[in-house]
Structure formats: structure tokens, C-alpha cells
Design a protein around this ligand. Structure first.
Ligand code: ADP
Ligand code: MG
Length: 695
């Protein structure tokens, strides 16, 4: 029986069922080939699709269309064009052509390009991505697109992601062919779990740091934190519940499969998890979710904070990237498949393990940002060291394979690998090691280092490319082997590869003090900050890797490096500037007032012969604090000026890390110390106590 949800689900999406209903049969068939098999699209088909799309959108009340894309900032961009084509008689037609559907030309000069596109050659094109369905948002028909330069270089996050999915499709098919399988399409599946904070809008708008930077740059420790562990999965407050209900409704209309919602560990922190979808669609939908969260929060007097670290003293927010590979809908990382498929599962598993070990540096870079630096390694999120958690059962299987024990007695039977443990693996999915950055959770991997506000395209692009490389290695080797020897050769390859990459497997506590030392002994990388990690992107072997699989050419890799490096410095410059502004315009004046008023009291009391000991001491303490703050703010200002003037982006980032951030910390410490003793009515911004524990 249909209910409201099932009626409205996907009602704003030009999805498969709408296409079936509205497109002529041959057109629908052609388009399906384009979507499912990556065939090239021709203009006649595009014209017919555009017409159907427009008619559908007009019926749904749309007036405009937009090419919706993801520039290197990671967030989405759109420019709205109306459907109108005025006629001579003063009325208007509503038109939308195939050309307008497949290609757009936004004025691209103001998007970061990392130097790829000189401003004089401002042209950039958006190109329809038919694999991600069009949808209607606020009366605008949104067409998901890739964003490329005049000369064909990727200027966005989506293009390399799609290219990496093509690489994975190709290499997976070669491997599957060795197992006698010929799927139409191999793709990744992604389920992004999104964490976020909700605070009162009135508190948000009273804090320039939240408005300008998305995180608090000041604030002394609240009397209460998350130590009572009462928030996680706790009852959801009514306002938040109303927000979540509206959010679900809106997302469902957009066909976003929002599934699970709950409170997270920190006060005011929550999570939304959708049901997994095909890679690029899941990422589009995550971006839509983030946009809707912000918008809908404002309907409830709330503000949604998506920053990785809005508040010190409590947990920050991440985004878990649940990732798997699927061949025509069949999960290739599902070990519960029949024993005949164990070998195939082991090949894919081995490829992922080796890929992550080979490219720890790229995995780390893919989640590096100024915001995420506050989480990784801060004992609340996985450390900055990449390692893989397999769980006891699978780890035992891997051990057995490496030591060559378990399957030895079964060598007669080609397919029965004699790895009986495999059958039990799915029963052990409850064993969740939350401290691991990259964990096997039953039938998928979960990459937990991603930041809450980041676009998941980067980590997935890296993972897809790195895994493609290993699948390629396996296929290239095994394609040369006679069919009768393939099982034994596969096992030999698995053994050799797992042995070589064993160091990346770590099932212990990633938050422990011993782990970094142990990881160093194993030769694993530990890049704590963004400036430490970023230069890895342009190492020759990484440039070669992306080029080999057609994901990014050298110019595109360089552009991404420059853009990320610049973004880091720009963000820190804004944070430093905001701190200086708040200190000079808000905190110091408040402290002058407060200490001045008490000093007046002290003087008045002295006139009538009363010695105000406590007040006097307080004035002295406040005055000393004011001096410390004045020095600290001047110091920060000059260090930031120095950093800002540096032309070389690596040197600039390093200076922000080594000189500006410590000065920011020092200033914060000085201001927070005064917040502790300043009168409540004088303090110019809401405190952590008020923001995090509202009623
Ligand atoms: P958790 O305990 O981490 O919340 P869940 O089993 O609830 O784990 O899954 C979390 C996310 O993983 C969900 O978004 C879910 O859709 C996604 N997920 C499940 N299976 C897959 C898969 N095969 N590929 C990608 N994501 C998946
Ligand atoms: Mg999870």
C-alpha cells in the first residue's frame, strides 16, 4: 500500500522510471546504454531527453535549469538560466535543447584552477553526467555535470572520480574474466555517513568565528563535555527531531536514500547515514544532503555546522566513506559468497590491502585539510597513520594464506580453497574497531579519516586508482598463465602480495600511545599535518600512477596540488584575521570595560575607607591578561603578514603550520584565560556552556 513517503520518494528526480515513462522506447534504450555501459551520447538522443526533461520539470513547477558542478573548492556550484524564449507577440515559449543539456559554459574565471586555466582563457565547460540523475531543487532543474577547461583538463572533483571508476571497471573486468565472468559494468558503491553539529542560530550569529570560519577560534573549556557519554544514541531533542523529519522528507523527494539518524558522541552532534549507492551518485547525493542540512536547519532556528572541528574539548566530525566494488549489482567484497568464489574474493581483498599500503601517502593527502588536521591523531578520530583493520576472522585467513598452511591439504580440489574460516566471516561483523582508519566491516571497507565537510571524490578517486593498479598487476600476470595453473598461480600471487604488505594490517588500538612507535618500526607513514602530506601528491610515482590509469595528467595533478596548498594558506589567513578582528573589536574592549568598572569600584570603595582586596586582585589579573593578549595579537598579526607575503606555496604552508598556528594557539590561550574570569554580561560572545548545552 502506498503511503506518503513511497509516493513522494524520488518525486523530484528524473530517474529511471520517469525516463521509461516519458522517453520514446528507442531513446530510452539508447540512453540506458549510455548510462549503464558508458556508450557515447549523440545529439539526437540528447534533444529528445532534453525535451522530456523540460516537460517534466515544467510540470513540477521549475522555471530554470542549471548545470550543477563541483569545482575544486569541493562544494557545488550553479548558475540558473530560465527556460524562457520570448516570442514576437509578447508571450514566451519554454525551451531547452539537447545542446543546453549536454554542455554549458559558465564564466569559469572565478573558480580555483590551481593555475590550470589562465584568467584570460576563462572558458570552462560543463558536460552532462548522465550517470547521475537530474533533479529539481527550488524550482530549478539541476543537471549534474563535470567541469572541464577549454583544453579538456578537469577543473572539478567529479571528472577524475568518474575516470577512476572507468579504470576500476576496466581492470576489474579483466580479473573477473579470469574467473569466467563477463559483467556489463563494475562500479564502486559508497555509503557516506555524515556527521554534523546543530546549534542555535542566535548563538551562531553572535560569533564571527563561526560565521567566517565555521569553527570557534576561541572559547574556554565548558563545565561539562562529553564525559557522561549520554548524548550518543540518546533521545533526540524535539527541535532537532523536527529538523531531521523535514530533512528526511526533502531528501526522499530528491531520491536521496537517507536511512539512519542519531545523536553522536559530542553534545549537539548528530549523524545521518544513507543507504549506499553507486559511487558518483552517492557523492552527488552527499553534497545535496549537506546543502539541505544547512538550509533546513534555518527553518528551525538552528544552524548546521559541517566543519571538522567546530569546538575544542569535544569530538569533531568526520564522514565515513563506506566503499565496495560491485559487478552488475553483486558485491565483490562479500565473503559470504559460495566457496567457489572465495578465491575471487581473496584476490579483490588482496588488491585493496596492497593498494592501501602502496599508496598510504595518497590516501593521507586525499583527506588532508586545515579543518581535518584538528581531528586526525587527536585521540578522537583515527590517527594520521594509515592502517587496515580486518577483524579476527579475516586476519586469521590472511595469516593462514601467508603461512601457506590452511589450504595445503586441499590442493587436489581446484576451487575448494580450504579456507573454512571464510564461511564465518560474515558472522563477525559486530567486531568493530572504531580506532582504525580503514576497516573491513563485513562486506565493505570503511575509510574513516575523511573530514565532515569534504567532497568524497578525492579519497574515492585515490582508492579506485590504487586498487585498479593492483587488479591490473594481477590480471597481467594471470592472463599469461595456462588455465590449469591459474588457481595455484593465483594463490601464489596472493601469498606473495599479502606477505609484502602485511605491515599495513593492524587490528589493535589505533588511539594507543604505542601505535605510532610500532607503526614507525613497520615503516608506515605518519604525516600529521596537511603541509606534511600535500607534497606527496606531486611525487613522480604518483603523477605516473594517475597518468597510467587516465585519471589525471601531470598538469591536472599539479593544479590540484597548488589549489590544495593555496586553500590551506587562505583558510589559515582567514582564521588568523578573524582572531585578530575578534580580539581587537570584541574581547579587548570587553576586558577594558570590565576591568575599568571594577577599578572604579575599587577607587570608590577606597574613598570610604574600604579595602577591596578581591576586586583589586582581579583588576590586576585582568590588566595582566590584557597585556598578554595585546602582545599575542600583535605577534599573530605580524606572523600572518609574513606568511601571507610568501610566494612559494610549500614554504607558505609550512610557515602557517610552524609560525602562525602556534601564534593562534597562544592568543587563544590568553583570551580563554580571561573568559574564565570575566563577568558574564561583559563577555561579547556566547560561551561553550551556552552553545553546547542549550535547552
Ligand atoms: P555502521 O555500524 O558503521 O553504522 P552500517 O552497516 O550501518 O555500519 O553501514 C554504514 C554505511 O555503509 C551505510 O551508509 C550503508 O549503506 C553502507 N554500506 C553497506 N554496504 C555497503 C556496500 N556494499 N558498499 C558501500 N557502502 C555500504
Ligand atoms: Mg560506520
Amino acid at each position: 500500500m502506498a503511503n506518503k513517503v513511497s509516493e513522494e520518494y524520488g518525486s523530484l528526480v528524473f530517474n529511471d522510471s520517469v525516463m521509461q515513462e516519458r522517453l520514446p522506447k528507442p531513446t530510452y534504450k539508447e540512453l540506458s546504454h549510455v548510462i549503464k555501459e558508458g556508450k557515447t551520447l549523440d545529439l539526437d538522443i540528447a534533444n529528445e531527453v532534453a525535451h522530456a526533461m523540460k516537460e517534466w520539470a515544467l510540470e513540477k513547477g521549475a522555471t530554470h535549469f542549471t548545470h550543477w558542478f563541483q569545482p575544486l573548492t569541493g562544494i557545488t556550484s550553479e548558475k540558473h538560466d530560465s527556460f524562457i524564449t520570448p516570442k514576437a507577440d509578447g508571450s514566451t515559449l519554454m525551451t531547452f535543447s539537447g545542446k543546453e543539456l549536454i554542455q554549458g559554459e559558465p564564466d569559469a574565471s572565478s573558480f580555483p584552477s590551481g593555475g590550470l586555466r589562465a584568467t584570460f582563457e576563462a572558458r570552462g565547460y560543463t558536460a552532462w553526467d548522465p550517470t547521475s540523475p537530474a533533479f529539481i531543487k527550488d524550482e530549478v532543474l539541476c543537471i549534474p555535470t563535470a567541469f572541464i577547461s577549454y583544453t579538456g583538463e578537469a577543473l572539478d572533483k567529479k571528472t577524475p572520480l568518474l575516470r577512476s571508476m572507468v579504470a576500476l571497471d576496466k581492470q576489474s573486468k579483466r580479473v573477473l574474466a579470469l574467473f569466467g565472468k563477463t559483467p556489463t559494468k563494475v562500479t564502486t558503491t559508497i555509503g557516506p555517513e555524515q556527521e554534523y553539529f546543530l546549534i542555535k542560530e542566535e548563538d551562531f550569529s553572535a560569533r564571527p568565528d563561526l560565521i567566517l570560519c565555521g569553527r570557534t577560534l576561541f572559547g574556554c573549556e565548558p563545565a561539562k563535555g562529553q564525559e557522561l557519554e549520554e548524548h550518543y544514541f540518546g533521545a533526540i531533542r524535539p527541535t532537532v527531531n523536527e529538523f531531521m523529519k523535514e530533512l528526511d522528507d526533502e531528501l526522499w523527494k530528491l531520491g536521496v536514500p537517507a536511512k539512519t539518524k542519531h545523536n553522536e558522541v559530542a553534545p549537539c552532534q548528530h549523524e545521518l547515514a544513507p543507504i549506499f549507492e553507486e559511487g558518483s551518485v552517492a557523492i552527488d547525493n552527499n553534497l545535496l544532503t549537506m546543502e539541505k542540512m544547512k538550509l533546513i536547519a534555518s527553518h528551525h532556528g538552528l544552524t548546521c555546522l559541517e566543519h571538522e572541528k567546530p569546538f575544542d574539548y569535544v569530538n569533531g566530525s568526520g564522514k565515513h566513506d563506506n566503499w565496495s566494488v560491485s559487478a552488475d549489482g553483486k558485491n565483490l567484497l562479500d565473503p559470504s559468497a559460495t566457496p567457489e568464489e572465495n578465491l575471487q574474493f581473496l584476490v579483490f581483498l588482496t588488491c585493496v590491502i596492497a593498494a592501501v599500503d602502496n599508496h598510504q601517502d595518497l590516501m593521507r593527502v586525499s583527506v588532508a585539510s586545515a579543518g581535518n588536521d584538528h581531528r586526525l591523531g587527536a585521540n578522537e578520530a583515527p590517527p594520521a597513520i594509515i592502517s587496515i583493520f580486518l577483524g579476527d576472522d579475516l586476519a586469521a585467513v590472511v595469516d593462514a594464506l601467508i603461512n601457506g598452511k590452511a589450504y595445503a591439504s586441499h590442493s587436489r580440489n581446484k576451487m575448494d580453497l580450504g579456507v573454512p574460516q571464510l564461511a564465518d566471516v560474515t558472522q563477525d561483523t559486530t567486531d568493530r574497531n572504531r580506532t582504525s582508519p580503514f576497516a573491513f566491516t563485513g562486506n565493505k571497507f570503511e575509510f574513516r579519516m575523511c573530514g565532515s565537510q569534504q567532497n568524497l571524490s578525492d579519497p574515492n578517486m585515490v582508492l579506485n586508482t590504487a586498487v585498479s593498479e593492483m587488479l591490473d598487476e594481477f590480471a597481467t600476470k594471470l592472463e599469461k598463465v595456462k588455465e590449469c595453473d591459474r588457481v595455484s598461480e593465483s594463490l601464489a600471487w596472493i601469498k606473495k602480495t599479502l606477505t609484502a604488505h602485511q605491515r599495513i594490517i593492524f587490528n589493535g588500538n589505533g588511539y594507543s600511545d604505542e601505535w605510532p612507535a610500532e607503526a614507525a618500526k613497520r615503516g608506515l607513514l605518519n604525516m600529521r599535518t596537511t603541509p606534511d602530506a600535500l607534497p606527496c601528491l606531486i611525487k613522480k610515482e604518483n603523477v605516473d600512477l594517475f597518468a597510467k590509469y587516465g585519471v589525471l595528467n601531470e598538469a591536472e595533478v599539479n593544479a590540484r596540488y597548488v589549489s590544495k596548498a593555496e586553500q590551506y594558506a587562505k583558510l589559515l589567513n582567514i582564521e588568523a584575521g578573524t582572531m585578530v578582528y575578534m580580539t581587537r573589536h570584541m574581547y579587548l574592549p570587553a576586558l577594558f570595560d570590565y576591568s575599568g568598572d571594577i577599578a572604579t569600584t575599587v577607587a570608590t570603595k577606597a574613598e570610604i575607607g574600604v579595602e577591596a582586596k578581591a576586586e583589586k586582585a582581579l583588576v590586576a589579573e585582568l590588566t595582566a591578561g590584557i597585556d598578554t593578549i595585546s602582545d599575542a595579537v600583535a605577534d599573530l598579526e605580524s606572523r600572518n603578514d609574513e606568511a601571507k607575503a610568501i610566494a612559494d606555496c610549500k614554504e607558505q604552508d609550512d610557515t602557517y603550520r610552524d609560525s602562525v598556528i602556534p601564534a593562534m594557539d597562544h592568543l587563544r590561550e590568553a583570551v580563554d584565560a580571561m573568559e574564565k574570569i570575566c563577568g558574564h554580561d561583559y563577555w561579547p560572545v556566547p560561551s561553550y556552556n551556552k552553545m553546547l548545552f542549550y535547552v
